[in-house]
Structure formats: C-alpha cells, structure tokens
Design a protein around this ligand. Structure first.
Ligand SMILES: *[C@@H]1O[C@H](CO)[C@@H](O)[C@H](O)[C@H]1NC(C)=O
Ligand SMILES: *[C@@H]1O[C@H](CO)[C@@H](O)[C@H](O)[C@H]1NC(C)=O
Length: 563
C-alpha cells in the first residue's frame, strides 16, 4: 500500500513535469539558489501553506498575444497562462486560466475606472497582466509586478493631425481611451499634460474605426503595435511598477502568489519561461531582467514584501464612493482617492481598531431607483463591499438598509437672487404667491414642504443645480429650496429646514454589524471635540472656499432649535 501510494506520488509529479511544455523546472528549495536567500524567502511552501486551497481561477480576454491568446488550434495559450501554471505548481495551488471579457476586471465610466463584476463577485482570483497604477490602487490590490510596461500614442497612418506626444498641451486633439485601460485621464494628469476631450472606446476595433473615420485623433493605450495604425515612437509610463495580477481589494491571492513568484524568479526559471515564450508565441513578453542583471530598484521592490504576512482573519471593511463628489471624495491630481470622507473614515476606523478601505463603485451598486421605490444595489447585497457613504437616513431607505449615526447634518435653505427681489420670506407659512424651484432628485421637495406645514403654490422641478440657479436668476422662480451649501451666485436666506430625521450617514446592508462598532467610535470622536476640529481643518484644506455641513459642536447641540 505504501509503495503503491509512493508510486502514485511519483507518477503525479512526473506527469506535472510532462505537462509543463518540455523543460524541467527546479522546484526544490535547495535548488533555488542563493538568490532566494538574498530575497529573503526561506520556504514559499511554508508561507503558502496557511492559505485555504481553493481552486484559483485567473482570467484572460483571449486577445493579448503573446500573453494570453487563442492559438490556431483554438487553445488558450501564452506567457501569462504559463506563468500562472508554474507559480501555482510551486506553491501547490490548483489554478486555471479561463476566458472572460476584460470588463469583468475593470471598466471606465465618465473618466473613472471601476472594478468589474467578475472580480468583485469573486468569480476570479485575479486578472493577470494589468498595469499597477496609482488610480487602480484605489480599488484593486496587485501581486508583485512580473512584466515591464509602457504606454503610447497611436494615430491614423501618416499622423494626419500631426499629433506630437512630446507637447504639453493636447487640448486641440480628441483623445481616445479604451475602457478600463491604465492610459487614462489620471495618467495624463500625472504626466503633466493638458487635455480636453477624451472619448471612450469599448474595444480596439471601435477605437480603430474612430481613428480612421476622424471621430478621434489619438488613441492613448498600453499597446505598442496596432495593425493598420501608426503607433508613435514616444513612450510614457502610466504604471508605478510594471504589470502584475490585478486583484480584488483585500484579496489573499498576493499572499501565496508573491512567495511563489519570488522563488520562481530567483531560481532563474522565470527568465527561462520568458525566453521560451518568445520562441513559442512569436514575440517576446516584456519580462523583468533576470536576477543577475536586475537593478537595485527591482530587487528592492521584490524584497519589499518579503516579510511573511500571516493571513489575517480580520475583516477588511470596505466602504464605497462614486469618486465624483469633490471635496467629499474625488481623485486628486495623481489619481489617488481622497477627500473629507476618506479622512473621516480613517479617523473613525482607527479609533475603532478596524481595518477599513475606501473604494469606488457606481451609485447603482448601492441603490437603484425603480419608479417611486428605492431598492438595494447588487454590489452591497452581494458583499462586494460593506457600506456606501454619504446617504441620508430617510424613512423609505430604512425599510431596506441600516444606517450609522449621521456624520454631517443636512438641512434645506431657500436661495434667492441677490437682494431677494420678490421679498420671499422662508419663515412665513404661506408660500402660495411664489414659485419655488427644486431639483428632481432632491429631498428638499414638495413633500418636505408639506411636512414643514407650508402652504405651497407653484413648484418648478428642474434637473440640477445649474438650472435651478438660472431659474432664480432669470426670475422664473422666486426661491430655490435646496441643501446645497456652496452656491455663490445666490443669496441664502436665514432659516434651516430639516427634510429627513437626521443627516448624512453611512448606509449598510440590512442587519450589518457595521453600525455596532462605528457608532461608539464615532460618538467618542464627536464627544471629545475632535470631530469638530477635524471638520474645521478639512474646510481649511480646501482653501476655506468650501463649508462642510458638520454636526454642531457638542456644547452647542442643545441650543439648536430646528433639530
Ligand atoms: C466613426 O467610428 C465610430 C466608432 O465606431 C462611430 O461611433 C462613429 O459613429 C463613426 N463616425 C462616422 C462619422 O462615421
Ligand atoms: C429661466 O431659466 C429656466 C431654467 O433654466 C428656463 O427653464 C427658463 O426658460 C428661463 N426663462 C427665461 C425667461 O429665460
């Protein structure tokens, strides 16, 4: 029996070797050489052994030669596919690479990149071959890089518009961006380029057509060769450190992949695999230099994460924002997600001793409106994240979500044209002589005025703040009822009116444990007076031009008559 098992074991090993396309990898620690020790890895097996051995699915769109593509026989092959196999073999993980649209990994909407549903839902462990950029780090984790990268500009043959990548100002050109590509608006900003119009292409054929028919002038992309178009010779860097496997935020994959990859790299077999790939797949992958030629920067990068991270069982609390609400949450000039909400989360989470992260998600992953009713979104219900920041706790939302205590007040005010030409008085009970304007999605609406026992006359409903301001300025409406605070064109009349019970809170899935730890930590933040000091500092950070609607100071709380 023992002999039989031993024999099977040998056969399994032998067949693995046969499967690894014709050359022998040296997996044994003693054969990995002194470079392993230099990189500080003693035993990749040991580090990986604490990880649960689920099957790991990696994803390819099948169109990236020589990294992962469908060969003439219809088989998915390429350097990325081989690398996944080899590293998984080293750490004894069962891994597969399957086909899926790349938008399952990342996609772009109005110049912001969001993590795709496949990665967020846990269908895939990771997406190999993605550039590690500042803005992607907002919402993804990455393994160590295993490829070098560069980004380039592509034009129609002959460069008819005479686009010059070295110029500082691209605003005369219509740029084209491939959905989810690292070569995006944030990268152009980091490169110090001025730019105007950027249009989005869903795929390469669409981008090609737009360049050829003149809809766009320049494609900014990570590609170095595009058949039928001219890739200009200049190269820029959108990535911080090359390309690695892109992971869901908080993923465990890097914890087993990195030790395995380091061992593979240090053994020299990584570079053998690169050379082989060049021969097998027709063009050479853009590999890292071999250990003996590696720059000190590369070696230190590979060293950086060598400290053994024990797999933490502690939950990573994920909060989301849309990333479009400056100065609450927005991508700064480097592409890093920043703002009031991020700073407040960091503060409260550290008081509570919780691990937290703020990532991006589209609004409808939090809440979906169907006619009159609000429903919870897919992302929140599927556990892509724990909570959505910046939501009012209203009675209709309490049906389907839980909320933390509020961290900002929200109240409506009436805004009028300078000088209040129609003599509108918010304190009066009868508004029937006046036209009042409000934005269609605002909670400062006719229902709110009814609850405030106001007699209303004509109500004008507009799509947003710009139109509302215009209506007041051109005299169509006497006053705009709104909770916007930072409107400089209009005069804000005294009087604060509350349309909901409390204020702006964090909205979590029904039954979530988040309010249970958040509320005490926030109460401590507030009661100590630190919250109000924080609020003042935040307002100063934005040049004093922006007022955050902070909660009243603890000592002033009881004086508030209208709460
Ligand atoms: C040019 O190509 C783009 C991308 O396919 C398409 O959306 C656009 O309608 C085309 N424009 C013209 C003028 O043909
Ligand atoms: C005033 O502005 C509103 C909102 O944009 C618009 O609907 C209306 O037609 C304008 N009226 C006049 C007289 O310009």
């Amino acid at each position: 029996m023992a002999i039989f098992q031993g024999l099977c074991f040998v056969l399994v090993l032998a067949s693995l070797c046969l499967c690894t396309h014709g050359y022998t990898l040296t997996y044994k620690t003693e054969l990995l050489g002194h470079k392993v020790m230099q990189l500080g890895i003693d035993d990749p097996w040991k580090e990986a052994s604490s990880i649960k051995k689920d099957v790991q699915i990696f994803v390819s769109d099948g169109k990236k030669k020589p990294y992962s593509f469908i060969n003439d026989d219809g088989v998915l092959v390429g350097f990325d596919v081989d690398l996944v196999k080899e590293v998984c073999l080293i750490v004894d993980m069962e891994c597969h690479t399957i086909l899926a649209p790349f938008t399952d990994c990342v996609f772009t909407d109005r110049n912001l990149d969001y993590a795709g549903s496949g990665l967020m839902s846990g269908w895939y462990a990771g997406c190999p071959g993605y550039e590690i950029t500042m803005d992607r780090m907002n919402e993804f984790d990455f393994t160590l890089p295993y490829l070098t990268t560069s980004d380039s500009f592509t034009v129609a043959p002959g460069n008819p518009k005479e686009f010059d990548p070295d110029a500082d100002d691209y605003s005369q050109f219509t740029l084209l961006h491939l959905t989810g590509a690292p070569s995006n608006a944030q990268c152009l900003t980091r490169l110090g380029k001025k730019f105007g119009n950027i249009i989005l292409a869903q795929n390469l054929p669409e981008a090609k057509e737009a360049l050829l028919n003149g809809t766009a002038d320049v494609l900014f992309s990570p590609r170095n060769r595009i058949y039928g178009l001219e890739v200009l010779p200049q190269r820029v860097q959108c990535s911080e450190a090359g390309a690695g496997i892109m992971l869901k935020k908080g993923s465990d994959v890097a914890k087993w992949w990195n030790p395995g990859f380091k061992a593979f790299y240090a053994s020299g077999n990584y570079n053998k695999l690169c050379q082989e790939a060049g021969l097998k797949y027709g063009s050479a992958p853009r590999c890292l230099d071999p250990p003996e030629l590696a720059s000190p920067e590369l070696l230190s990068l590979l060293m950086k994460e060598t400290k053994t991270e024990t797999v933490e069982k502690e939950h990573l609390w994920k909060f989301v924002v849309s990333g479009r609400v400056a100065p609450y949450s927005f991508l700064n000039e480097k592409g890093v997600l920043t703002g009031f909400t991020k700073a407040m989360l960091d503060n409260v989470c550290s008081r509570a001793g919780k691990k937290c992260t703020l990532i991006l998600a589209e609004v409808d992953e939090c809440t979906v409106r169907k006619g009159e009713l609000l429903f919870p979104g897919r992302g929140l219900m599927s556990g892509w994240f724990d909570a959505c920041t910046g939501y009012f706790n209203t009675p209709d939302r309490s049906n389907s979500w839980d909320f933390t205590s509020p961290y900002l007040v929200s109240f409506g005010t009436f805004k009028v044209a300078p000088g209040n030409p129609t003599g509108f008085d918010p304190a009066s009970y009868d508004f029937s002589e006046y036209t009042i304007v409000y934005a269609e999605t605002a909670i400062t609406n006719d229902h709110c005025l009814h609850r405030l026992h106001k007699k209303v006359g004509k109500m004008m409903i507009v799509t947003g703040p710009e139109e509302a301001q215009e209506a007041v300025l051109n005299g169509t409406a006497s006053a705009w009822f709104t909770k916007e605070l930072n409107i400089k064109t209009l005069e804000t009349l005294p009087g604060e009116f509350h349309c909901e019970n409390v204020g702006t809170s964090i909205m979590a899935k029904k039954g979530s444990q988040l309010p249970g730890w958040w509320n005490p930590a926030f109460a401590e933040f507030y009661d100590s007076g630190d919250y109000n000091r924080f609020c003042e500092e935040q307002s100063k950070m934005y040049g004093g031009k922006f007022t955050f609607p902070c909660l009243p100071k603890p000592e002033e709380k009881n004086r508030q008559t209208q709460f």
